[in-house]
Design a protein around this ligand. Structure first.
Ligand SMILES: Cc1cc2nc3c(=O)[nH]c(=O)nc-3n(C[C@H](O)[C@H](O)[C@H](O)COP(=O)(O)O)c2cc1C
Length: 337
């Protein structure tokens, strides 16, 4: 099965420790259409680990892609099949993550150096599942020439039957830069990703890296099929409220921030009833009122109370009440001023 251009217009990036199932449930309340990705899970963790813990998700999260890390075709094929059976809509291979731990396992960005191996892995995954298999990569690593490295990787994977690529439009320096630095320091080269699309109009190409606003995201759509936002979507999640209208021509109004909090309350109640600490959810909500009156008090109330009162979902509604008070005070001041 392949993806349509409609499917991949807007997505939220896989982010380890950030885009877990609670974050994704929250993001889904803001946009009904954005494509969501899991954190990377290694093929061997999927094969041998606690699958319910690693793979379970909420039904509301669809459309949802499982990102896998690994470089052994058989192991990846088996993990992909497990992911498909678990109900995911897409399997994505991580060819972009530069962390040491990932390098030692021979996967992530270092695979940019072994395009034949990536193509072999993709072919094996594709053979084992019916859902789409996709690649998230960099434009190159270390001393590679991106013109060569990106195009070679994509062309070999295309021959293996891959039709959708997400390109983080910068190199990764495997030696010398931390994973965090590798998300900021190597310069972005959006033009190269545009060239990739121009050279392969039959492929679906999504662009990723450094996109901060909806306006920027929409500008890229003139040259590629999709945009993927990572940190901006996590830190200012309400940005996603414009996605359904702007990218999918949806007419239904998005939920307000308050409505989102109200919908999170039963979710939080269920969470704590099942023994999960409230903080597992609230840690992802810090940016909901970013840039709004009450944004600071919201963050403070959650971060000071949720860890201590880990089984008390009322923390959420209390924080919302404080935001409302702050907003009422601000508008009263504006009226008198
Ligand atoms: C905390 C964090 C964790 C990340 N984990 C992953 C990961 O598991 N897999 C992956 O492919 N990329 C990972 N990334 C990279 C993002 O998916 C994305 O490519 C990168 O942040 C650039 O996009 P942005 O500028 O919109 O954030 C991570 C990024 C961050 C900030």
């Amino acid at each position: 099965m392949s993806l349509s251009a409609e499917d991949i217009k807007f997505s939220v990036a896989p982010m380890m420790d950030w885009t877990d199932r609670h974050d994704r449930f929250f993001l889904r309340l803001i946009s009904r259409r954005a494509r969501l990705y899991t954190e990377m899970v290694t093929a061997n963790a999927i094969r041998f680990g606690d699958r319910a813990k690693l793979l379970d998700f909420n039904a509301e999260e669809h459309p949802l892609a499982l990102q896998i890390g690994g470089s052994e075709a058989d192991a990846l094929a088996e993990a992909a099949k497990i992911g498909e059976d678990w109900g995911y809509d897409e399997i994505n291979l991580n060819v972009g993550c530069p962390s040491d731990r990932v390098q030692s396992g021979q996967f992530g960005a270092c695979l940019m150096q072994t395009p034949d191996l990536v193509a072999e892995c993709m072919a094996a995954m594709k053979d084992s599942v019916k859902i789409p298999v996709t690649v998230k990569c960099r434009i190159g690593v270390d001393e590679q020439d991106p013109n060569e490295a990106l195009f070679t990787l994509v062309e070999k994977c295309k021959t293996a039957g891959v039709t959708h690529f997400i390109v983080h439009a910068r190199k990764a320096w495997l030696d010398g830069l931390s994973p965090k630095e590798n998300r900021d320091i190597p310069p972005l080269d959006y033009a190269l990703v545009y060239q990739l699309k121009a050279a392969h109009p039959d492929l679906l190409i999504s662009i990723n890296g450094g996109i901060e606003t909806m306006a920027e995201a929409q500008t890229h759509m003139a040259d590629v099929d999709g945009v993927m936002l990572g940190r901006a979507a996590y830190k200012t999640p309400y940005l996603l409220a414009d996605v359904d209208a702007a990218f999918y021509n949806e007419t239904q109004a998005p939920l307000s921030r308050e409505e989102i909090v109200h919908q999170l309350v039963p979710y939080a109640q269920n969470l704590v009833a099942n023994g999960t600490r409230l903080h597992a959810l609230t840690r992802h909500l810090m940016g909901l009122f970013q840039g709004q009156a009450g944004g600071r008090i919201w963050r403070r109330h959650l971060s000071e109370n949720a860890p201590q009162r880990g089984d008390d979902p009322k923390v959420l509604t209390e924080a919302l009440d404080l935001v409302r008070e702050q907003q009422a005070r601000k508008s009263a001041l504006q009226e008198t001023g």
